[in-house]
Design a protein around this ligand. Structure first.
Ligand code: TYD
Length: 208
């Protein structure tokens, strides 16, 4: 049993790899659940709407930060912890590192403020492994433009320099804690990425 989290800027390919991993877990008959932030619970789905609605351009950066954490607390209590308690692996698309990267890195919200939120809200619920899909921002923005065009959400509409700051922040987080972070190049093919991920999980004896 493990708590695994996928992170990366929009369009990095993390959801594709997450789905491939879940296919593998299914094949191996390992008990797991797949989830995401924001919106991993019914209440979280409502918070997600507020956060991603294109028209909410005037949402204050601090209110945005608190909404991501409100979604997260509900997710932890209602979904993540109960599954881990039952020895079921949880695979999540995003967790607290997203707030650090997007709101501290991208929006310049105080790091000490977000750190104290994290310490209080995520205590006793730390991932066993963070998987970062890293890719140059120009590539991810091009991908988003082609795949979503005018359907991009409020965050995806952000500038290239915003996404660059988010990417840099992620790389910093990974560098600070190399034992807990696996950084993969999103430029590689999905099957190759899955192979690299599985071999890392095996070597760290995660999921065994
Ligand atoms: P989503 O559609 O789930 O995008 P993705 O497939 O890229 O995960 O949208 C989530 C968006 O919210 C994404 O742009 C990242 C952003 N986000 C934050 O800014 N802070 C956070 O704490 C989280 C969890 C997400």
């Amino acid at each position: 049993m493990a708590f695994l989290v996928f992170e990366g800027i929009d369009g990095s390919g993390k959801s594709t790899l997450l789905n491939l991993l879940c296919g593998k877990l299914k094949e191996q008959k390992l008990p797991f659940v797949q989830t995401k932030e924001p919106g991993g619970t019914k209440i979280g789905q409502k918070i997600r709407k507020l956060l991603l609605e294109k028209d909410n351009t005037h949402l204050s950066p601090l209110a945005e930060t608190l909404l991501y954490y409100a979604d997260r607390r509900q997710h932890i209590e209602e979904f993540i912890k109960p599954h881990l308690k039952k020895n079921i692996t949880v695979v999540s698309d995003r967790y607290w590192a997203s707030t650090s990267a997007y709101q501290c890195g991208g929006r310049d919200i105080s790091e000490s403020f977000v750190e104290s939120l994290k310490n209080q809200i995520c205590k006793d619920c730390e991932p066993d492994l963070w998987i970062l899909l890293d890719l140059p921002t120009e590539t991810t923005l091009k991908r988003l433009f082609v795949s979503k065009k005018d359907n991009r959400d409020r965050m995806e509409m952000e500038t290239s320099s915003f996404h660059q700051k988010v990417r840099d922040y992620y790389l910093q987080l990974a560098k600070k804690d190399p034992n807990k972070w696996l950084v993969l190049s999103g430029e590689k093919s999905p099957p190759l990425l899955l192979k690299e991920l599985m071999s890392h999980l095996n070597s760290k004896e995660i999921l065994l």
